[in-house]
Design a protein around this ligand. Structure first.
Ligand SMILES: C[S@@+](CC[C@H](N)C(=O)[O-])C[C@H]1O[C@@H](n2cnc3c(N)ncnc32)[C@H](O)[C@@H]1O
Length: 227
């Protein structure tokens, strides 16, 4: 090989190494990033929940949702979108932009206080109402038709079968407590479903299907609607 060709090959190899070390990782990070720029700044990464959050928001838009209810408030605001979901800020921001209202209930006064701080920080107080209550009691006494229901309260366990059973039973009871205020255009999203033991949705999804609900998307979360 003549010296000129050898120098060219060395140059290409060097360029390849520079690309692999300095350009590759940011590009991969960017491709893996799952943002929701339609509601919160792009840098927040929603990971496994992005696909179902995005689909749910699209359905809410199409169906003109106005009354949104969630069980289990976002106690870390927008700080932990990948691990917890940051649902109160996501659905609160959507509600704020669409003249809707998000009602968020949690058993823990500390969680509600932390959520209240985050709601104020994101200037969503006009669109989010927060309640300290057991979710089932709250849902039973909720007086309005509900366009969107997000179930994410009783914490699930990846290992403890008794906690799994209680969490699944609780989410079924939540749905049954509000069932008669849901209508044909309501949308329901259940968190933490694709987990060992069946996740939070194991009982409630079966029950809903038996009542004529259709699974729109089954991923880490399960999204259901009547069609
Ligand atoms: C997984 S966290 C909610 C995460 C939140 N949706 C988010 O996206 O960041 C579960 C919350 O449910 C609450 N919780 C547990 N049992 C409950 C019950 N029976 N009624 C209402 N809230 C409950 C806990 O206090 C906790 O704050």
């Amino acid at each position: 090989m003549d010296p000129r060709s050898a120098a060219m090959i060395a140059l290409y190899l060097l360029l390849g190494a520079v690309l692999a070390v300095f350009v590759g990782p940011p590009v991969v990070r960017r491709l893996k990033h799952r943002g929701l720029p339609e509601v919160v700044p792009r840098q927040h990464d929603f990971g496994k929940r992005r696909v179902t959050f995005r689909l749910a928001l699209k359905l809410l838009e199409e169906r003109g949702a106005r009354v949104l209810v969630e069980t289990g408030t976002a106690r870390h605001g927008l700080e932990k979108p990948r691990s917890d979901g940051a649902s109160t800020i996501v659905f609160g921001a959507w509600a704020h932009r669409h003249g809707a209202k998000l009602h968020s209930v949690d058993l823990s006064p500390d969680a509600i206080e932390a959520s209240r701080m985050a709601v104020l920080e994101h200037e969503l107080a006009d669109a989010v109402a927060l309640y300290v209550s057991d979710s089932i009691e709250f849902l039973r006494s909720f007086g309005e038709p509900v366009d969107f229901l997000y179930l994410d309260s009783y914490d699930y366990s990846r290992t403890d079968a008794e906690i799994q059973r209680r969490s699944q039973a609780h989410h079924l009871q939540e749905f049954r407590a509000i069932e008669d205020r849901l209508h044909d255009r309501s949308v329901v999203l259940i968190d933490d479903c694709r987990l060992a033991g069946g996740g939070k949705g194991k009982l409630v999804v079966d029950y809903m299907r038996s009542k004529g609900w259709t699974v729109v998307k089954s991923a880490y979360q399960v999204l259901l609607a009547k069609q």
